[in-house]
Write a protein that binds this ligand. Structure first.
Ligand code: NAP
Length: 274
């Protein structure tokens, strides 16, 4: 598996397993995460919102894989920001996961009027060495500028909705200039848009004997982003993981990028309420 060196020197596997709605029950979550770990995933993305940290953590702990081989992210939900409970929420996540540190802790969505204050709280978690890295999610350029006005620690990532229908070129360029890695959520377009049916993906895939999903995931990797595909099914988890044995040409990257239509499947970050 390829890795990315974050701006604080921490290494992050360049593809992770998304876990939002990965199972309807604790058991299903547990088995889905165990199967991904068996396949070779070492980077797992969860969040307080997903209400699955307990099963995700148990699957990781039972896998027998040593903690330092794994990269685990969770996220701070806005209601904890509004309740002035950042540190408490972080400790609850650690306890749910059964870990004594996190690899990455993210501000899940910008909370209006609280951007700088929240980032300061994350900085103190980082300084306490209970989070190896801290970052942002769903922050537009103006949110990043506001949040980081008095920052002493730069975010390592900004995790945003990104796929060929929403290619985030401007935000990606800004993040690159600032040394911030972009992680792609809904990298396959989720189940809300028919992205994987685009003929160009099958056509490019036929050059490499790869599926449309594999072509899309390789596009993320080749533009320097870190995709977090979710699948509850071992065979699709394997398919999504088998993307490290080919590379797209510049022309193919351009053709996929041309599918952009600035189409969001999720909330616009300026409109999120808690
Ligand atoms: N930071 C944020 O605000 C935020 C927001 C949303 C999501 N996320 C993160 O990003 C992760 C991924 O996003 P997502 O779950 O919305 O969307 P996604 O990963 O783009 O797509 C998931 C959908 O695609 C299907 N799928 C997976 N692999 C496939 C394949 N090889 N071929 C065909 N279909 C495939 C899945 O079905 P099956 O499961 O049935 O295979 C599921 O319906 C989440 O799980 C979460 O960790 C973060």
């Amino acid at each position: 598996m390829e890795t990315i060196l974050l701006n604080n020197g921490v290494e992050m596997p360049s593809l992770g397993l998304g876990t939002y709605k990965i199972g309807r029950t604790d058991e299903e979550v547990y088995h889905a995460v165990r199967s991904a770990l068996d396949i070779g995933y070492r980077h797992i993305d969860t969040a307080t919102l997903y209400q699955n940290e307990h099963s995700v953590g148990k699957a990781i702990r039972d896998s027998g894989i040593t903690r330092d081989e794994l990269f685990v992210t969770t996220k701070l939900w806005g209601s904890d920001v509004l309740a002035h409970n950042v540190k408490g929420a972080f400790e609850t996540s650690l306890r749910n996961l059964g870990f004594d540190y996190l690899d990455l802790y993210l501000v899940h969505w910008p909370v209006k009027g609280r951007l700088q204050e929240v980032w300061k709280e994350l900085e103190s978690l980082y300084y306490s060495e209970k989070a190896r890295a801290i970052g942002l999610s769903n922050h537009l350029i103006h949110h990043m500028e506001e949040a980081l006005q008095n920052a002493t620690v730069a975010p390592v990532v900004n995790q945003v909705e990104q796929h060929p229908y929403l290619n985030q070129e401007e935000l990606r360029e800004y993040c690159e200039e600032e040394g911030v890695t972009v992680q792609s959520w809904s990298p396959l377009g989720s189940n809300k848009i028919p992205l994987l049916k685009e003929p160009v993906l099958a056509e490019i895939g036929s050059n490499y004997s790869k599926s449309p999903a594999q072509v899309v995931l390789r596009w993320h990797l080749d533009i320097g982003a870190v995709p977090l595909p979710k699948s509850s099914h071992p065979e699709r988890q394997r398919e999504n993981f088998e993307v490290f044995d080919f590379r797209l040409t510049a022309e193919e990257i351009g053709r996929i990028g041309a599918l952009n239509r600035d189409h969001r499947t999720g909330m616009h970050p300026d409109n999120m309420e808690f």
